[in-house]
Design a protein around this ligand. Sequence first.
Ligand code: ARG
Length: 269
Amino acid sequence: MKSLQSALFISLIVVSLTPTYNGVEIIGGREVKPHSKPYMASIQVYDKGWKSYGHWCGGALIRSGWILTAAHCELKGQEIQYLRVVLGAHSLSRNETSQQEFNIQEQHPHPQFNRETTENDIMLLQLSSEAKINKYVKLLKLPKDKGVDVKPGTSCDVAGWGVTTVGSRLLSDTLQEVELNVIDRNTCNSKDYYNRKPVVTKDMICAGDSKGRKDTCSGDSGGPLICKNMYKGIVSHGRGCADPKKPGIYTLISKKYLDWIQKIIGIET
Ligand code: ARG
């Protein structure tokens, strides 16, 4: 985790020092129209060595004081003081007046999150104060469909500031997006694919590109997967990036997670 963290920091610094850098992907994607995804959160960690914040994970603003992200983005114990959330961002290196910054009051990883099986990779972050909802910062609605599954073949959209080139550690300075297709669970669990290592459960979705041109990658974790205009998943993991037989695995925002979220943040008023 630590070395990944420093790698991400170095990448961010490289990006910010290279004004001509022309990020064109998540992997195989494109830069979003600035502020067209006003619910996107950049979860960042302060690096004492570099004396600056670096992007760590993505997330989505679901209530003015709450971010939904992946449990593997949690920082342990006292390190919570080094976390911050930036909302209203397009470029992470620029001083955009649209940006709002928050400390984290509390991390709520799912109590059954399992690092080995990657099950229940979902977490709520409580911001230290409430975000101001405006043109640049808006809520993403949770699914109103009781968390039903997404059919194989469905096209979904995902965005993030993660790595844009396979094998690189360079994060994207600007928000990128890509469309992916949902892959049947049985296919994803088959020998050629993940071979049940890990098992893709009914609370996970596989999504990718049959040619392996498009995928999420490191740094995209925690970001929202949106299918038919509905928030359906969270970037969780994958082996490597853009390998057609190792598609990205997403936490499905299923009924059990909707119930868990509601228990923590209460019902909408
Ligand atoms: N675990 C990664 C992160 O920390 C996300 C990986 C997604 N990988 C993939 N091949 N789709 O950012």
